[in-house]
Write a protein that binds this ligand. Structure first.
Ligand SMILES: [Zn+2]
Length: 202
C-alpha cells in the first residue's frame, strides 16, 4: 500500500524514471509540485503536453526549435562561415553557455558506433555534406565530437567525406587535453595523447 495519494504517487513514480533521480528526490519534487500555484502548474503541464508537437529540428543545423530554423542560424551577427559539428544539442548548449563561440553549428544527433549498430546513415552526416556542398559561405568545419573512440571515428569519417567534396575547406578538431588542475600521474593515455597533440606555442 502506498502512503501517498494515488495521483501524487503517479507523479513521483514518473519523476523517478528521470536520469539521476531516486525515490526520495522524486517524492520531494512531487511535494514541491503540490505547493506550486495552480497557474504555474497549468503552464508547466501545457508545456509538457506540447513538447513533442512544438519541438522540431532546425532545417539547417538540426538544433531544436519551434520554427523552421533555429535562433542561431537566424542570427546575422554570427559568423556563418564557421560550422562546429557536435554530437548532441546538449553539446551545443555547452558552447553557448560558455559564450566562447560565434559561429554556427551542425548537430549530428549521435556518433558512428558500429557495436551499437549506428552507421553514418543513422546520424545527420549526409545532411552536413549536402549543407557544405550547397553553401559557398562555409570556410571552416570544426569537428567537436567527443574524444572517445566513436567520436574520433565519426570525426575521421566526416573529414574524409568533406575532403572528397571540397578540398579547400579548412577542417579542424578541438584540442582536447588535461583539465585545469589535473595531475599528469592520474591522466589516462587518451587524455595525455590528445594534450600532446593539441599543444600550443609557449
Ligand atoms: Zn539551426
Amino acid at each position: 500500500m502506498s502512503l501517498l495519494p494515488n495521483n501524487l504517487k503517479k507523479i513521483s513514480l514518473f519523476l523517478e524514471r528521470l536520469p539521476g533521480i531516486g525515490e526520495k528526490t522524486a517524492n520531494r519534487l512531487a511535494f514541491y509540485f503540490l505547493r506550486l500555484p495552480d497557474e504555474d502548474l497549468r503552464e508547466f503541464a501545457e508545456n509538457v503536453t506540447d513538447l513533442k508537437k512544438k519541438t522540431k529540428f532546425c532545417k539547417i543545423c538540426f538544433n531544436l526549435t519551434e520554427n523552421n530554423t533555429c535562433a542561431i542560424c537566424q542570427d546575422d551577427k554570427r559568423n556563418h562561415s564557421v560550422v562546429t559539428v557536435v554530437e548532441t544539442v546538449l553539446d551545443l548548449l555547452s558552447f553557448e553557455t560558455g559564450n566562447i563561440y560565434d559561429g554556427i553549428y551542425h548537430v549530428l544527433h549521435g556518433k558512428i558506433d558500429p557495436l551499437n549498430h549506428v552507421g553514418p546513415d543513422d546520424i545527420k552526416i549526409d545532411e552536413l555534406l549536402k549543407r557544405v556542398k550547397g553553401s559557398a559561405e562555409v570556410k571552416e568545419i570544426i569537428l567537436a565530437t567527443n574524444p572517445d573512440m566513436e567520436g574520433e571515428a565519426t570525426a575521421m569519417y566526416i573529414k574524409s567525406q568533406i575532403i572528397n567534396l571540397k578540398s579547400h575547406i579548412k577542417i579542424t578538431r578541438l584540442a582536447y587535453g588535461l583539465p585545469i588542475g589535473a595531475n599528469l600521474e592520474y591522466a589516462d593515455y587518451m587524455t595525455l595523447k590528445k594534450a600532446m597533440e593539441g599543444r600550443n606555442k609557449f
